[in-house]
Design a protein around this ligand. Structure first.
Ligand code: CTP
Ligand code: MG
Length: 232
């Protein structure tokens, strides 16, 4: 089946998957990215979704160091040791990639339901503008709260929740991660970082299916609605 993309098959994308987190909000013994979702670990579902996409040339997955002895390295899928923070895991994964790529995508290991058409739209936008992220509209009113007191209320129409895959031209992501390292700045996503350093980051409409498995109820929802959610 063809997708909506305008991509030529020559486009070469590197995918970085930070998967070295401990899932403290999820809890339990097994980190959430290794939990079964419809009979297969969440991380494997994510890898497979990228693996079967012709634009993807290489996938580098950052996992907790002790796991490295149990994985099989291949030319297309490499596993490397992650770091203490998500940003460090992404930096390590980027450093381990080999070859030239048109675009680098960073994707959470725990978002198994990203849409291929959105991914391709993000790749197109990153090639044109430098960076792009899937933006989900915010439905709740968001307040800034400090010390249990409401401080201010940003206009909701200016707010967007950041999903992944976040896509960048390689030079943009490289410079962004280097600057963050220099000033010891730790962020929860690369889109925000790139914008902080003056790069253009386009907001591309995200998908309601593309939620992050953060707490046990997210996995329960994913399991219960697996068929509808996993449509490409
Ligand atoms: N991640 C990582 N290395 C870290 C921390 C996080 O690779 N040191 C990854 C997680 O594995 C996940 C992604 O970053 O794929 C998104 O982070 P999040 O949902 O916050 O996962 P965790 O950090 O594992 O969960 P929590 O914040 O609840 O502890
Ligand atoms: Mg975290």
């Amino acid at each position: 089946m063809s997708s909506d993309s305008v991509l030529t098959p020559q486009v070469s994308v590197l995918v970085l998957i930070p998967a070295a987190g401990s899932g403290s909000r999820f809890g339990g013994e097994i980190p959430k990215q290794f939990r079964q979702l419809a009979g297969t670990p969440v991380l494997l579902r994510v890898i497979e979704r990228f693996f079967t996409d012709d634009v993807v040339s290489q996938i580098v997955v950052a996992v907790a160091e002790p796991l490295l002895q149990n994985v099989k390295q291949t030319e297309k899928v490499k596993f490397i040791a992650g770091g203490a923070t998500r940003q460090e895991s992404v930096t390590n994964a980027f450093a381990a990639a080999d070859g030239d790529f048109d675009v680098v995508a960073v994707h959470d290991a725990v978002r198994p339901f990203f849409k291929r058409a959105t991914f391709h739209a993000l790749i197109d936008a990153a090639r044109e503008h430098g960076g792009a992220f899937p933006a989900a509209p915010v439905t709740d009113t968001i307040h800034v709260v400090r010390d249990e007191v409401l401080v201010s209320t940003p206009d909701r129409v200016t707010l967007a929740a950041a999903q992944t895959p976040q896509c960048f031209r390689p030079d943009v992501l490289r410079a962004t991660l280097a600057r963050a390292r220099e000033e010891n700045f730790d962020a929860t996503d690369e889109a925000g970082l790139a914008a902080r350093y003056g790069f253009v980051v386009r907001a591309v409409p995200g998908d309601a299916t593309n939620f992050k498995i953060t707490r046990p109820e997210d996995l329960a929802f994913a399991e219960a609605h697996f068929e509808e959610l996993s449509a490409p």
